[in-house]
Write a protein that binds this ligand. Structure first.
Ligand code: DGT
Ligand code: CA
Ligand code: CA
Ligand code: ZN
Length: 593
């Protein structure tokens, strides 16, 4: 067995947690945690070092005992001391510790005092009040635990789009490498509609020999299970656990196939009813005249929709809700595209919890073709994320001013400032007033009740220096549910105060989500698509944010950071809420009633 550094780090992390559950000394617990973190960051494999007989104790945080355990793990695939700990503790408690809001000690208390060892059991205890009675818990904390469990449950077997898209891209690349004769290949289904979670990946394409593509798919190294391998369809499960459905069509009839397998099912049902009333029937091969039985084929989707008297409906709008009526009345908007964005207003550097120096982040923004960008490192807040003190922020502002001379892109001085539990901000007003862009975000006290949270958000928006509210709901897809708040009141306050709301493009967040952004757009709230990048390679995650905006029916003029540099500067330099006039003017002077 060749253990990777990651596996070794995980082992020590787990041993630390197990010792904590047992109530061992903090000294011993920390030693394992420290070793785990060091090992995680080593650049060369420990397995190699052990094989070469190197002395591991020269690695900081690795003493004699730990180095022996590393060698034992690499040689035997397990560690006796770890197994012993596992045997001493009730089974299931490690799983409890994985629930956000439950640490090792609480996991142990749940198991010993409530006799619970399953996540479902914890959810029950949270509902009936038993969980709240434990030390370090209380009513709000117990409610939060329940929210986290529900967030995970609500995902079911679905995969967040960020992960699903990577899997799809990997499979397509591998298929193309194996089968160079493939003419076209891309995702259909929910992935093409940019849903936030994906059930399975539907790949469709064209190739001279369709069966050869199916054969290639089942032989890919990442395939761990073959479900269907037939002439029309091949379905496999890849090692990440996702199912891939592959269908190859003929080029001359590809439009109908693409349309059919893009869905949504609800869109297709409504489209089929509509076609039936015209004496036409739809399937994945084309459009049939029900009277003559004649089948018409379409090379692309545009001609398919045109045959039905409809404009091409963008996949993101195909929910079966509003898009057919809009199509019939010629009201399908030109949706915002990545190339419409002129700036990114939420970027972190190594000054707080980002990975990269400021220069790298500026250059990355320039590479995207942006006219402006805002550096928004964290405020000190609760000591999280290496936030900036007043002094560090002031010196960062000075530094950015000198750096500006080297770049064409306009560098805006910003901050992602914590909204404290009482709605106040984490920097004094006179410092905030020196910033060009202030992103205010909730990072703490997420368990507040609805009324308190709503008031907290609105208070932050009423602050004259707050430009944007970051990731409004704080949800993390499949990990943490949204905070509780009155959406309508908050959106209305955003409009009234002239505060923009962020569509956080990070695929773990997608916050605002599509339906919230839809309503915000209706109310005339300026929306901003930001990546919240912590690494210079993350700026291209904007595509996920653009997808949310498109699913919210946003045109370029509904998105604030499509404004040119000149107009954007005019927006931020005009006091709130009057700055809305800059935004409204671009939207065609339409101030919503
Ligand atoms: P998912 O996989 O749950 O994220 O969602 P989809 O939309 O990708 O659904 P999926 O994979 O079952 O099917 C892909 C598309 O194929 C779907 O959006 C519409 C079409 N489709 C598949 N089966 C049916 C069906 O039985 N009836 C209709 N009308 N359309 C279907
Ligand atoms: Ca699918
Ligand atoms: Ca499917
Ligand atoms: Zn944040």
């Amino acid at each position: 067995m060749t253990a990777t550094n990651e596996q070794i780090a995980e082992l020590f992390e787990e041993m630390g947690a197990l010792l904590e559950m047992k109530g061992d000394t903090i000294f011993k617990i920390r030693a394992y945690q420290r070793a785990a973190r060091t090992i995680e960051q080593l650049s060369s494999p420990l397995a190699q070092a052990v094989e070469n007989g190197e002395n591991l104790t020269k690695i900081p945080g690795v003493g004699k005992a730990i180095s022996e355990k590393i060698a034992e793990f690499i040689k035997t695939g397990q560690v006796a001391a770890h197994q012993k700990l596992l045997n001493e503790l009730p089974s299931g408690v490690l799983e409890l510790k994985e629930i956000p809001g439950i640490g090792p000690k609480t996991a142990m208390a749940i198991s010993q005092e409530l006799g619970i060892t399953t996540v479902a059991g914890v959810a029950e205890a949270a509902e009936d009040g038993r969980l709240a009675t434990l030390p370090r818990m209380g009513k709000r904390a117990a409610e939060n635990v329940l929210r986290h469990i529900k967030a995970v449950d609500s995902m079911g077997d679905r995969t967040p789009i960020g992960q699903a898209l990577s899997v799809a891209e990997e499979v397509i690349a591998a298929l193309r490498a194996k089968c160079p004769e493939i003419e076209s290949m891309f995702p259909a289904g929910s992935l093409r509609r940019w849903e936030e979670t994906i059930g399975d990946i539907d790949l469709i394409g064209t190739a001279p020999d369709p069966e050869a593509v199916g054969d290639a798919l089942v032989s890919l190294p990442m395939v761990k299970d073959v479900l269907v391998h037939g002439p029309k369809k091949t379905s496999v499960v890849v090692d990440s656990g996702m199912q891939i459905d592959l269908r190859i069509g003929e080029p001359g009839a590809f439009g109908a196939m693409l349309q059919y397998f893009t869905g949504s099912q609800q869109h297709n049902i409504r489209l089929r009813d509509f076609a039936n009333r015209k004496g036409l029937s739809l399937n994945e091969y084309g459009i049939t005249d029900t009277e003559t039985g004649e089948v018409e084929k379409f090379a692309d989707e545009e001609s398919f929709y045109a045959r039905l008297g409809l404009p091409l409906i963008p996949p993101e709008l195909r929910t079966g809700l509003y898009e057919l009526d809009a199509g019939l009345e010629d009201r399908v908007p030109t949706l915002v595209e990545e190339s419409d964005l002129k700036g990114d207003l939420h970027l972190h550097s190594e000054w707080s919890d980002g990975n990269d120096p400021i220069e790298l982040m500026i250059e990355a923004a320039a590479v995207q073709g942006y006219e402006y960008m805002a550096l928004t490192d964290h405020s000190a807040g609760l000591g999280v994320a290496n936030g900036l003190s007043n002094e560090r922020l002031v010196s960062q502002i000075e530094l950015l001013h000198t750096m500006q001379q080297k770049y064409d892109i306009t560098i805006l001085c910003g901050s992602e400032v914590d909204i404290r539990a009482n709605g106040e901000l984490d920097f004094p007003d006179e410092i905030l007033a020196q910033l060009d862009v202030v992103v205010a975000s909730v990072h703490s006290a997420m368990g507040q009740d609805r009324a308190t949270m709503t008031a907290r958000m609105i208070k932050a928006m009423e602050h004259p220096s707050v430009t944007i509210i970051g990731h409004l709901t704080t949800r993390l897809l499949g990990q943490r549910q949204s905070v509780e708040f009155d959406l309508e009141a908050v959106l209305q306050a955003a409009r009234d105060t002239g505060t923009a709301l962020e569509i956080n493009a990070s695929p773990e967040r997608l916050d605002l989500k599509d339906t919230h952004a839809y309503r915000a757009r209706e109310l005339g709230v300026p929306l901003v698509i930001n990546t919240d990048s912590h690494h210079h390679t993350h700026l291209d995650k904007r595509r996920f944010g653009v997808a949310v905006a498109r699913r919210a029916w946003c045109r370029p003029e509904d998105v604030l950071n499509t404004l040119s540099r000149e107009k954007f500067l005019e927006f931020i330099r005009t006091p709130k809420p009057h700055r809305l006039s800059v935004f409204d003017k671009r939207r065609g002077g339409t101030v919503p009633a």
